[in-house]
Design a binder for this molecule. Structure first.
Ligand SMILES: Nc1ncnc2c1ncn2[C@@H]1O[C@H](COP(=O)(O)OP(=O)(O)O)[C@@H](O)[C@H]1O
Ligand SMILES: [Mg+2]
Length: 410
């Protein structure tokens, strides 16, 4: 009898331990976004009928004020008509066109399977954790997401004119006037000023480039693709990063050294983006004649020689003001705007991060509310005569018995 009681007690104890372990495991598997029951409750899936029966205004008002909705994989498949229209793709995801049951157009970013659970979760959390908690006219809106074993996806507002790089290189951008392009530059700068200085927690984007700026139907630019972004405490003077972030040609030099990184790395990238807007071309164009391959250096040479108008001349005659001003007036205005954009860009791409202006000053300078001091040559280190190299080359030339070598400084 006693033996049976002891045996029953042991069985009950083991069962309790087993149940406890199971609940803990389930919590862990659910992933970071729904670690606690309260978190999963606040991210309850929203039903189609809830969306359909709300008026668009109420719906928009609600999502404007609320955090992103959670959707199921079946809903996402319905929204995108089974992923039938592909809008674009990047390294981590493919973006599809879709519509919510109330007709609101959306773009659905579906993370690639097999990316590796960690990399995928990091990207996912970076986007939801940053853009999911911000609201600004110049930042793309995140309406919702799907976080499921079968599907990780983000549901964004649909941006009619797509990415800025495609716009600049395509016909529409080539025809755009100086004022329209300056408007785009100011919008991007305002979105970035909000990220750095105005939202509750500072956000560093780390991947500012024309491919990550989207344009809506009215050509309002919106900063997108927050997959590398990080929230930063305002008290922190520097951000530590565990790997190189960003895109070659846009990432600030300190990013490659992985030290001394602040939000000024975004300012550098913005400067490079601004130069692509001014040039309406990629900063690096292998197909161009050698002296024109790297647009930032070409732009500096023109600026220094007082030939900024040659850059402006490549733009269409319109200044975007509807053609009311005279042609000569347009030209003066265009020149002034192009010069302003170039000077701001040169300040932004200065080598020492502390020499670059904060985004608040960038906005004011672009808007013409702040005088712009003449910038120092940001490419000095690239243009300096290669003294050491020349010396070595001379030495090798004079010693005829030694095979000639030369050292090139990139
Ligand atoms: N909200 C959107 N509206 C319209 N097109 C979009 C939208 N989001 C992304 N795209 C298109 O998809 C491309 C890749 O999106 P992006 O967010 O940059 O993904 P990745 O992280 O994979 O680079 C963009 O360059 C753009 O052409
Ligand atoms: Mg991208």
């Amino acid at each position: 009898m006693r033996g049976t009681v002891i045996l029953a007690a042991i069985v009950a104890f083991l069962a309790a331990v087993f149940l406890f372990a199971c609940t803990r495991r389930r919590g862990a598997c659910a992933g970071a976004v729904m670690r606690s029951t309260s978190a999963s409750r606040s991210y309850a899936v929203v039903s189609d009928s809830q969306i359909r029966h709300a008026t668009v205004e109420r719906f928009l008002w609600e999502i404007w004020n609320e955090k992103p909705f959670r959707f199921t994989p079946r809903q996402v498949a319905r929204f995108t008509r089974n992923y039938s229209t592909r809008l674009g793709a990047g390294g981590f995801a493919t973006v599809f066109r879709g519509a919510l049951p109330n007709g609101l157009a959306v773009a659905v970013k579906v993370f690639h399977a097999g990316l590796g659970a960690r990399a995928e979760q990091e990207q996912f959390m970076a986007e939801v954790g940053t853009i999911g908690r911000t609201h600004h006219i110049n930042l793309v809106r995140l309406f919702g997401f799907c976080f499921d074993d079968a599907l990780r996806a983000l549901v964004y507002e649909y941006m009619e004119h797509g990415a800025l790089d495609a716009y600049l290189l395509g016909g529409r951008g080539q025809d755009a006037g100086v004022a329209a392009l300056r408007g785009i530059a100011v919008g991007v700068a305002r979105g970035m000023r909000y990220l750095h200085d105005e939202c509750q927690q500072k956000i560093v984007h780390y991947d500012i480039k024309p491919g990550n700026v989207l344009l809506d139907g009215e050509l309002t630019p919106k900063v997108a693709d927050f997959g590398l972004a990080r929230l930063v405490n305002r008290a922190d003077t520097h951000v530590s990063v565990s790997c190189v972030r960003g895109t070659p040609g846009f990432a600030a030099p300190e990013m490659w050294m992985m030290s001394g990184i602040t939000e000024k790395c975004d300012v550098y990238s913005f400067g490079m983006l601004l130069l692509e807007i001014v040039g309406r071309r990629r900063n690096f164009d292998e197909a161009a004649p050698e002296s024109q391959q790297w647009f930032p250096k070409l732009a500096w040479a023109k600026y220094e020689a007082g030939e900024i108008m040659e850059l402006a001349a490549a733009w269409s005659g319109s200044n975007g003001s509807g053609g009311s001003a005279s042609a000569a007036g347009d030209e003066v205005q265009s020149k002034e705007m192009v010069e302003r954009m170039c000077k701001v860009a040169f300040w932004c791409v200065q080598q020492p991060p502390e020499a670059r202006p904060p985004m608040g000053a960038v906005v004011k300078m672009l808007e013409g509310e702040m005088e712009i001091a003449p910038p120092a040559n940001p490419f000095q280190h690239l243009m300096a005569p290669p003294v050491v190299a020349a010396q070595w080359t001379r030495m090798t030339r004079s010693a005829s018995s030694v095979p000639e070598i030369s050292i090139e400084i990139a």
